[in-house]
Design a protein around this ligand. Structure first.
Ligand code: F6P
Length: 538
């Protein structure tokens, strides 16, 4: 039997055939049971996916194809610790982080007591350390630590920031700051705000080799040495999978939290990487975040494909990308607390599925991960939504809102959610000439002015509304997107868990750095880059 060729399967052929025949959203949304059949509700959320140009037959064919490809078994392989990260020969076990380690009976199929013990031990160490730090007081009502600076980038930054912002209603007295970029101005901005005596620095780097993070840490170390007495390294907690390198940096062993290389950077916020989260929200809320993610893990493992949220979202995305050529995916949170969701999901999705080589080392014969971007609502409406409504590029969108948000100015929530629903409605239905003229009888427009006022519509989106933004619900939501990305990566036959595509730029940057400020350029670059270096050196 020849190798499996996705695009040659009957199901792929059928989907290709169905795509151009799909009825318009206007027509589909007239169907009486459209919402009932194309929505999902549970205690955490409501997902409306009825505004996708997709009919039952198409969705069922996608599920059938995933069954045929043995997705079920691939999910089990990840959960049970098989080395599915095949280019790095590593397991992918972020799901084990939220299974309660070996201290509770979990239904997850991981039979690896060493890993589970490691996870439980580090979680316990993390809790102990955070509780000790929070308990330190200068006087009875004055905490010793007032500020935390999280130093880290990519997966050692984005998820932590997302969670701390999203759970703003659960925070204690600590102010958390983030230093990610290597730009000295960004660093300066934070350092001028904090008191070196009452600030804790959490240095997060899985590899402990990331240039930006180590440069920032070293500058901070020197900054502290000038301003405080004693061993400044006592002011650091390090989180890493490379303890040796952290020790070389001089960090105290008791202040190092470890995690295994079976936790990918962009999947790591539930590990000790989330130490700043735990400090900011307390151990109970952190555990609730894990519990919510665990619930999603169980759902992903056990629910039928047609009622399985990650599989549903992944299938909708595959349909849009591979059969309707919509390779821009917008994440549009209508909740200030979720303002970092687009950047978090951008790394999760694009670093995982922005690939083009299969396990067999061949170039894929189809499109893979989308360009993912977005902005918090309603800000985006006054910037790029014009292009969504009337431009020529195609896209899909996830609108994400929260049904009940506590806050002083409750009437704003009504306006916010009205806008979210309005945008998805306008994108789907558009506005035709008859409708426009009906509502603008007194405008007296010349004929050529009318098309400017019309909206083509038929633009797909999902609306996902969280019942409440609790730690559990947030864990559930994040794990939902993690698993969606997993399903899509599996479908496309790529490795969602490496990121070789970031390496070339890093190594060229190191070579260029050596030439900046030098009289002679000994390294070879393109004429364009050489000229730019000369300009900078002049
Ligand atoms: O450059 C990409 C990357 O390796 C990401 O995958 C990762 O999240 C980030 O850099 C930071 O890496 P580290 O945690 O090892 O410092």
């Amino acid at each position: 039997m020849g190798a499996f060729e996705l695009t040659k399967t009957n199901e792929w052929q059928k989907l290709t055939h169905l795509a151009p025949k799909t009825r318009s959203l206007r027509e589909l949304l007239l169907e009486e049971n459209r919402f009932r059949d194309f929505s999902f509700k549970n205690e955490y959320l409501l997902l409306d996916y009825s505004k996708n140009n997709l009919e039952k037959d198409g969705l069922e064919t996608l599920f059938k194809l995933l069954e045929k490809m043995n997705l079920r078994q691939a999910i089990k392989a990840m959960f049970s610790g098989e080395k599915i990260n095949f280019t790095e020969n590593r397991s992918v076990l972020h799901t084990a982080l939220r299974s309660g380690g070996n201290s509770v009976q979990s239904s997850l199929p991981l039979n690896d007591s060493k890993t589970l013990k490691e996870i439980t031990t580090e979680l316990a160490k993390m809790k102990k350390l955070s509780e000790e730090i929070l308990a330190k007081k200068i006087s009875s009502d004055e905490p010793a630590i007032t500020d935390v600076v999280n130093i880290g980038i990519g997966g050692s930054y984005l998820g932590i920031k997302l969670v701390i912002e999203a759970l703003g209603n659960y925070q204690n007295h600590l102010k958390t700051h983030f230093i990610a970029n290597v730009d000295g101005l960004a660093l300066e901005e934070i350092l001028t705000k904090i008191n070196p005596k009452t600030t804790l620095f959490v240095l997060v780097s899985k590899s402990f080799t990331t240039k930006e993070t180590l440069t920032n840490a070293l500058t901070i170390k020197k900054w502290l040495q000038k301003r405080t007495t004693g061993n400044v390294l006592e002011k650091f907690v390090a989180v890493t999978a490379n303890e040796e390198k952290a020790m070389e940096f001089g960090l105290l062993k008791e202040n190092i939290l470890r995690f295994g290389d079976y936790i990918g950077g962009r999947y790591s916020l539930f590990s000790p990487v989330g130490f700043s989260i735990m400090l900011n929200l307390g151990t109970k809320n952190f555990e609730n975040l894990l519990a919510g993610a665990h619930e999603m893990d169980e759902h992903f493992l056990n629910a039928d494909f047609s009622r399985n949220l990650p599989i549903l979202l992944a299938s909708l995305g595959i349909w849009q990308i591979n059969f309707l050529n919509n390779s821009n995916h917008l994440v549009l949170p209508y909740c200030h607390f979720l303002r970092s969701l687009p950047s978090y999901l951008q790394q999760l999705d694009m670093e995982s599925n922005g690939k083009s080589i299969t396990k067999a080392g061949q170039r894929v014969a189809h499109a893979t991960g989308p360009f993912l971007w977005g902005e918090v609502g309603t800000n985006g409406q006054h910037s790029f939504y014009q292009s969504l409504h009337q431009g020529t590029q195609s896209f899909t969108a996830d609108f994400i809102g929260v049904k009940t948000m506590p806050g002083t100015y409750a009437h704003h929530q009504k306006i916010l959610l009205a806008n979210m629903l309005a945008q998805s409605e306008a994108l789907a239905l558009g506005l035709n000439e008859a409708e426009f003229l009906e509502n603008s009888k007194n405008l007296n427009l010349t004929e050529s002015m009318i098309p400017h006022r019309l909206f083509a519509g038929n633009k797909p989106s999902n609306v996902l509304i969280l019942e409440k933004l609790t730690p559990q619900a947030l864990g559930y939501l994040i794990a939902l997107y993690e698993h969606k990305v997993f399903v899509q990566g599996f479908f496309w036959g790529i490795n969602s868990f490496d990121q070789w595509g970031v390496e070339l730029g890093k190594s060229i940057a190191n070579r260029i750095e050596k030439t900046l400020g030098e009289k002679k350029i000994t390294e070879r670059f393109s004429p364009s880059t050489t000229a730019l270096i000369k300009y900078l050196n002049s």
